[in-house]
Design a protein around this ligand. Structure first.
Ligand SMILES: C[S@@+](CC[C@H](N)C(=O)[O-])C[C@H]1O[C@@H](n2cnc3c(N)ncnc32)[C@H](O)[C@@H]1O
Length: 208
């Protein structure tokens, strides 16, 4: 929890309380429905919460923006970002209903009013979003096919509307078809060894 406060100044008391509650909530729910690898649960704040918040270091979201988290699982990266940006609208989707149940329970316990979570496949999501965020769901070629028609035309942010994807390792092959992709190394933001190979990939997409 300390690590979150150190990297994100100006958190309100409500936000600090919400971030602090995550550990107990995920320990409780993960014992019933597996949404986080059991070996990672003790490092929730680094490996899941701070990792999710790396997206905010690349692009802080505007209050009126709408963000789609595809394959959110237990709520990553969507829930930590929804706490950080309480006036931005987040739509968290996953194809597995019991994962969405965990997300809805956590959202209810935290009192988050800016999150809607639903069991639906990414390909079937309707609507338009400023950014599509994700972590550990599928290869970029497939991901882009799922989401490319869901990008809002109006530009609210400094970087162009599109995908912000948390990826690890060597991305040369995976991003070969996306010459306009920008990768941001997470070691530029966070000093922990865990982030050594981790990146945020931004792919701008235009509505067609
Ligand atoms: C490895 S988990 C990652 C979960 C979460 N993003 C995280 O990083 O903790 C991948 C998730 O993507 C979901 N998923 C896979 N294909 C999907 C699709 N077509 N539409 C929606 N969700 C999908 C799976 O159900 C699973 O929960």
């Amino acid at each position: 929890m300390e690590t979150i406060i150190n990297h994100f100044s100006n958190l309100s008391e409500t936000q600090i309380a919400q971030f602090s509650k995550l550990e107990d909530l995920y320990k409780y729910w993960n014992a019933q429905i597996n949404v986080i690898s059991r070996k990672d649960i003790n490092e929730l704040y680094t490996k899941h919460v701070l990792h999710s918040l790396a997206i905010a270091k690349v692009q802080p979201f505007k209050p009126q923006a709408s963000i789609l988290d595809v394959g959110t699982g237990g709520g990553f990266p969507g829930i930590p970002l929804a706490i950080l940006f309480p006036e931005t609208n987040f739509y968290l989707v996953d194809s597995i209903g019991k994962k969405i149940k965990v997300v809805n329970e956590v959202v209810k316990e935290l009192g988050l009013k800016n999150v809607k979570a639903e069991q639906i496949r990414a390909e079937n999501v309707k609507g338009e979003f400023d950014f599509i965020i994700s972590r550990a769901v599928t290869k970029m070629d497939d991901f882009v096919k799922w989401v490319r028609k869901k990008i809002a035309k109006k530009q609210l942010h400094e970087i162009k509307n599109g995908i912000l994807y948390l990826k690890g390792g060597d991305l040369t092959d995976e991003l070969a078809n996306f010459p306009n992709a920008t990768t941001y190394n997470l070691t530029d933001f966070f000093e922990n060894d865990f982030f050594e190979t981790k990146k945020v990939v931004h792919i701008p997409l235009k509505k067609r």
